[in-house]
Design a protein around this ligand. Structure first.
Ligand SMILES: C[S@@+](CC[C@H](N)C(=O)[O-])C[C@H]1O[C@@H](n2cnc3c(N)ncnc32)[C@H](O)[C@@H]1O
Length: 824
């Protein structure tokens, strides 16, 4: 039937069909046409309200629900939709009135009480500023919307000479006070990065009334998506144009200009986003916080009015799209609220360039004024720091600390006493030293005392941007040294800071801490006497008890899981050989197998040598023994040393066996032998002698879809990464690059990973391979390693869902850690 000839009922039914199929735009089209027959139809208005609610076009939904209510046929639905629309408009009073009426008139309505309770919660938040952060956090983690009201009681927007508009406090407030809470106008979470932000969206924007189109000028997909969502929000709720267009958009735009309804001023929106969007990861380096997992980019209207100070008196944090601003100093009535648009970690010149380039202003805050007066000294400081960075770049941690300690003395001398609290370069050196000391377990004492030293140097405001992660890392160190008391002290300090900067109470802090502290200290905090503090990672089912990156020790395949059948098979297979092992040699291999206290003799060596020449169909029991022999210092030397032993020959034979013609059980054992070879120096030397080939061959084994072979190969790979990492620390970088290239090259042929243990090993191997080397990170970035890491992770964990097991969590954490490494 032609649509033009449809009756009212047919149009209504058609609309309902579309609604059921969740095509709300389609439904609206037919409802609107039905209205041409019956312009006052309350049923149609009520249905339209429902469709508009689904489309989040709250203002129109409200007006349709009002009309439906006037018609009066089904007041229950109309009232409910009216309340929902008011809720979407964040008009809590109105929503409360409608839900109240709904409850009163229709006490049986199943939704009324829930909606009333929710609305009352929002009203309470908007008046008291009390939020259930854990609930918000859990919603966000589950990918659900974060339901929260705005709060702005203690602040006001005013004109600030020389800065345009700004925010002041309208009363005296104490440090830690919540100054505002704001629901983002538009928001994109980092977790969504893997989503395909569709390309044809630009077209939608182009079709709209506009002045000029510049869309797509930003290359960051998150920023582009934010722009898209901002425009979408405005399109759906044009009534919000006024508050959006009132934001600062640079000197070429008059924020008071009347803009016709429905006009999407793209150029202005882009400028508004440029000047006002908040991206904590980049601006405040919040990876340094234990809450660093919550990242995103958003436009928050009220916080957009806050100006910059490099030593800000407030701090921005967010849970999903709900932004919070807390005072981090006591403030007097009328004081301007400030945020640091950029970590003050950056030196003066860098900060100024950043502000000029991205925000078009010259910062005259207290820190910048001091730095400006001190500019010559700052140049000298920069030089000292840059020299130190170059000097320590590829040095082992101990040596790096030695140089840094000297620079620290030099740096101290560049500061006069009057600059006690603002010694950014001292902080930078100390942070660098903390970073180095964290790489070496034997430097734990130094690590902790450096953190303490940093604390003395940090001024109040800096504590809130820089400190918590350092406290946590010192707490972990003490915990590892079995000093739970001191560990707890540091953890308490971290809590005190998080209490101020994000209003965390102890329960929430512990909740987040137990969930995320493992990002930086995964699997390394041992149980302490205070189990509620260091609950940490429970042992996952699959025995992934440790998953550190970079790896701390070599993996090895031990005696567990071997049965006496191996020996019986050895004896049996020996009988079938043309040149069998003699009694003494058999006995010697038995000793290796039983790990009895043996001193190596010629028979141990000759037995293995002979055995390794057996055919692939009979060789497995020999390999079982050979794997164990690799763990023995002397046998490892005999078979692996390049200079004194048969290293070259052994590696060649092992490599030759890693072809597809070799039966899988043998290849598994070869991978295990390669893994175990790393147990001693000669074995490491052997593996180092031809990294590239070994890495390629191991990666090929991962292409076989079987857990045992994948696990053996990834374990060997992880060991190789650790060898390379250690050599890199000692100044050698070339083989690492070659190995990485080989890994990337082979990675594309890996279809699937069979077990979560393998995923963990592989991620650890990759993380260790990249650790701390900018050139490797560059290769990874451009070589597409991120995609590979993402694929490994996605095979096990839905990135947007809550991990179901500890093992899932470890995979996710490793993935995040590697991504952070690559994307930083
Ligand atoms: C996020 S907005 C802040 C609110 C803005 N002042 C307004 O009028 O809406 C950022 C812009 O504010 C101005 N601004 C921020 N901090 C400033 C400061 N410390 N000194 C001068 N201007 C500043 C710059 O123009 C910057 O691009």
């Amino acid at each position: 039937m032609s649509h033009n000839k449809m009756s009212f009922d047919e149009l209504k039914n058609k609309g309902n069909d579309f609604f059921k199929k969740q095509n709300y735009e389609g439904a609206l089209h037919f409802y609107e046409r039905a209205l041409t027959f019956q312009p006052e139809s309350d049923v149609i208005y009520s249905n339209m309200a429902a469709a508009l609610l689904r489309l989040e076009r709250f203002y129109e939904a409200y007006s349709c629900a009002e009309k439906a209510l006037k018609g009066g046929s089904n007041n229950e639905k109309a009232l409910y939709r009216l309340g929902k629309a008011a809720y979407g408009m964040q008009d809590w009073e109105k929503a409360l009135d409608h839900f109240d009426e709904l409850h009163e008139k229709f006490p049986e309505c199943p939704f009324a009480v829930d909606e009333l309770t929710k609305t009352l919660d929002r009203l309470e938040e908007s008046h008291s500023g009390h939020y259930d952060r854990q609930k918000l956090y859990e919603s966000h983690e589950k990918g659900l919307p974060c339901d929260a009201a705005e709060y702005e009681e203690p602040v006001e927007i005013v004109d600030i000479p020389g800065k345009g508009k700004g925010v002041i406090v309208n009363r005296e407030v104490k440090k830690g006070t919540l100054l505002m809470a704001s629901k983002a106008y538009a928001f994109v979470c980092d977790k969504e990065q893997s989503l395909d932000f569709s390309n044809d969206r630009n077209e939608t924007v182009l079709k709209m009334p506009k002045r000029e189109v510049l869309i797509g000028n930003s290359s960051d997909p998150l920023a582009q998506e934010l722009e898209y969502r901002t425009v979408e929000k405005l399109k759906k709720n044009p009534q919000t144009a006024k508050k959006l267009y009132a934001l600062y958009a640079g000197s070429n735009f008059d924020r008071n200009e009347e803009i016709l309804d429905g006009v999407i001023d793209i150029e202005r929106i882009q400028k508004i986003l440029m000047y006002n969007r908040i991206q904590p990861k980049i601006m405040f380096n919040s990876t340094m916080s234990i809450f660093g997992e919550e990242h995103g980019i958003g436009l928050w209207i009220l916080p957009s009015y806050i100006n910059n100070s490099c030593l800000s008196n407030a701090v921005f944090t967010h849970i999903g799209d709900v932004g919070f601003i807390h005072a981090v100093c006591d403030l007097k009535k009328g004081d301007e609220v400030t945020l640091s648009y950029l970590e003050p970690f950056f030196p003066y010149k860098g900060r100024q360039l950043y502000f000029q380039k991205f925000y078009n202003f010259i910062c005259k805050c207290h820190l910048c004024e001091l730095d400006r007066m001190d500019e010559l000294m700052d140049l000298q400081r920069e030089e000292i720091f840059n020299n130190l960075s170059a000097q320590t770049a590829r040095k082992p941690p101990r040596e790096a600390l030695y140089y840094a300690a000297q620079s620290l003395v030099q740096m101290r001398q560049t500061y006069t006493n009057s600059r006690k609290e603002l010694q950014i370069y001292l902080i930078r050196i100390l942070s660098l030293m903390i970073g180095h000391s964290a790489l070496d377990n034997s430097l734990e004492e130094e690590h902790v005392s450096l953190v303490q030293e940093l604390y003395k140097v940090l001024g109040e405001p800096l504590k809130y941007t820089i400190a918590p992660s350092f406290y946590i890392s010192a707490a972990s160190s003490y915990s590892r040294q079995s000093k739970p008391e001191t560990a707890k002290k540091f953890l308490d300090e971290a809590f005190e800071i998080e209490k101020v900067r994000r209003g965390a109470d102890r329960t929430f802090f512990n909740y987040i801490f137990s969930k995320y502290q493992s990002i930086s200290t995964i699997g390394t905090i041992s149980e302490t006497e205070d189990p509620h503090l260091f609950k940490v990672i429970k042992k996952p089912d699959m025995k992934i008890t440790e998953a550190p990156v970079p790896l701390r020790e070599f993996f090895s395949f031990g005696y567990e899981g071997l049965s006496d059948k191996v020996l019986a098979k050895l004896v049996g297979n020996n009988r079938a050989q043309a040149d069998p092992l003699n009694e003494k040699e058999l006995k010697a291999l038995e000793e290796i197998f039983n790990n009895s206290d043996y001193t190596i003799t010629d028979e141990h060596v000759s037995g293995l040598e002979k055995g390794l020449k057996w055919s692939v169909s009979t060789i497995t029991p020999i390999f079982d023994v050979f794997c164990l022999a690799m763990l023995n210092d002397s046998l490892n030397r005999v078979f692996c040393s390049i200079n004194e032993g048969k290293g070259e020959q052994t590696l060649r034979s092992l490599n030759n066996l890693l072809t597809s013609e070799t039966p899988e059980p043998v290849r598994i054992l070869v991978c295990r032998a390669l893994t175990n070879a790393a147990a001693h120096d000669p074995g490491r030397e052997m593996l180092r002698s031809d990294f590239t080939t070994v890495v390629s061959l191991l990666m090929k084994q991962i292409q076989v879809l079987k857990s045992s072979i994948q696990l053996a190969a990834t374990s060997a790979l992880a060991n190789l990464s650790l060898i390379m990492f250690r050599n890199f620390e000692a100044g050698e970088s070339k083989p690492r690059e070659e190995a990485l290239l080989a890994l990337i090259k082979e990675s594309w042929s890996i279809q699937s990973i069979d077990s979560i243990e393998t995923a963990v090993r592989l991620l650890q191997a990759i993380g260790t391979l990249l650790w701390k080397d900018p050139s490797m990170i560059k290769i990874s970035k451009y070589g597409g390693l991120c995609g590979f890491v993402g694929r490994i992770t996605e095979g096990f964990v839905d990135k947007n869902a809550v991990p179901k097991s500890e093992a899932d969590e470890i995979v996710l954490l490793l993935c995040r850690k590697i991504m952070a490494l690559i994307m930083c």
